[in-house]
Design a protein. Sequence first.
Length: 327
Amino acid sequence: MDDQVSLATRAAWLSYVRRLTQGEIADRLGVSRVKVHRLISLAEELGLVSVHIAGRPAECLKLEDGLIDRYSLGFCRVVPAIDEEDQPFEALGAEGAAYLSRYLETAGDKVIGVSHGRTLAALVNRLPRVAAPETKFVSLMGSLTRKSAANPFDVVQRLADKTGGEGYFMPVPMAADSLGDKAVMLSQKSVQAVLALAHRATLCLVGIGELGPQAHMLQTGVLTREEYDDLRAKGAVGDLVAQFLDAEGRHVASEVNDRALSVGLDDLKGRRVVAIAGGAIKADAITAALMSGMVTDLIIDESAAVAMAARRGARPPPRRQGLRETS
């Protein structure tokens, strides 16, 4: 641990454990108040600070019970709404980090599949350093076309860095330009090896994309305007591991889906799949993902849960019974 990190740890300890003011900490450490603020921020960024609040609002508990019952979920957490924004990445990231930390503390080798999304990027930001050197993190899909913290390559690498585990990337774009190009890419041994590892995943961390006017895939150039319009015309409301679904959770017949370079929806069957997403704008996409029957565990925010509760529609097909054994 270098001197700066050690000092940041001491400043954070004095702040959170001893409850000293920044002025008192500055006097103790012989630095300025501005320096203390920066040190505490550094400790938070490095995952040296973990805040746990026991208890949740009754409204969130009621929403959780409703979602578990309606979609046969094994686990559901609804985080309180944040007034400032409709997309509470930080709150969702903190809850997702707590979920992953608990999972990593269990014994045994692990293979964890990771998709993409800003919420998963926030999860990594909030994940404390956890010693899990035997864990393998593997991309469930190709990368985005632009540099982004939500890129699965980046998320996987940062997870590996924080845990001491190993990261495995799918060295292809999220979608091929043609079916012929896809066949060539899938024939590569490096791609086949990553897909084989992804099929061994015991836990899959997935985001859920929506297809509104400000869809992330449209903004980042993953989808062209023509592709976006075609998907919308065919009833697509969102995606799960780069596979687009309609409002009832059915796979949309589209060349965009056919050209995707990712694990298939069927590959998620029988596994523990935790979806992390939020914002009322994603209510339809989250509902579609749940109705697909592929999601076992869910972490969302209150605004999304309220919007989903206000909707009416068909129940999803029964979720598969039990989790498949992986090797």
